[in-house]
Write a protein that binds this ligand. Structure first.
Ligand code: GRF
Length: 183
């Protein structure tokens, strides 16, 4: 059985959807006060949190992450709102075993503001992408993506809400396709 860990920096709604449908070995947050940690408690999922600033370097920080992943024999790391670039230490240990969800139709609108950037560009459609993580920002090989249309009466909030709904469908589908067993 493939063991998964989820990395999330803040809210954790994607983590919640994943954890409700799949056994999650642990969730990691790089912010000790992130709301995702409360979600984990409520769902009885093991959680860890530590911050980059608590380490001498990003290398040391990522070495601590690799140690956690190895200790739990994690097969697949699912980034879901993890707001750091994955660095060489984590990549060296886990490349090919890390996936990320991005709230736009890559390669359109990479970066930290995929939803706002698409909205401001006035596109007729954007989307959601899940891809393998490499050393670039949202550049890895695409696993699956789905289009989300911008409706005539959309506000940025309603558009964003539909993007998130699409995320909540896509992540479980991709985990199924990668052979992760459901609860
Ligand atoms: C999602 O839109 C995800 O695509 C992006 O960050 C957001 C995280 O939301 N990378 P949440 O923390 O899962 O609620």
């Amino acid at each position: 059985m493939k063991k998964i860990a989820v990395f999330a920096s803040g809210n954790g709604s994607n983590f919640q959807v994943i954890a409700e449908e799949f056994p999650v070995e642990f969730v990691f947050s790089d912010h000790r006060d992130a709301y995702v940690l409360e979600r984990a408690d409520k769902l009885d999922v093991l959680s860890y949190a530590f911050e980059l600033k608590e380490f001498e370097s990003k290398e040391d920080y990522e070495a601590a992450l690799v140690e956690l992943l190895e200790e739990h024999q994690i097969d697949l790391v699912c980034l879901a709102g993890y707001m750091k670039i994955v660095g060489p230490t984590l990549l060296a240990a886990y490349e090919g075993r890390i996936i990320n969800i991005h709230p736009a139709y890559l390669p359109e609108f990479p970066g930290a503001h995929g939803i706002e950037d698409a909205w401001e560009a006035g596109v007729e459609q954007s989307g959601v992408t899940i891809h393998w993580v490499d050393s670039g920002v949202d550049t890895g090989k695409i696993i699956q993506q789905v289009r989300v249309t911008r409706l005539a009466d959309d506000t940025i909030d309603s558009f964003e809400a539909r993007i998130h709904e699409a995320e909540y469908k896509l992540y479980p589908e991709v985990l199924d396709s990668l052979g992760v067993e459901r609860r």
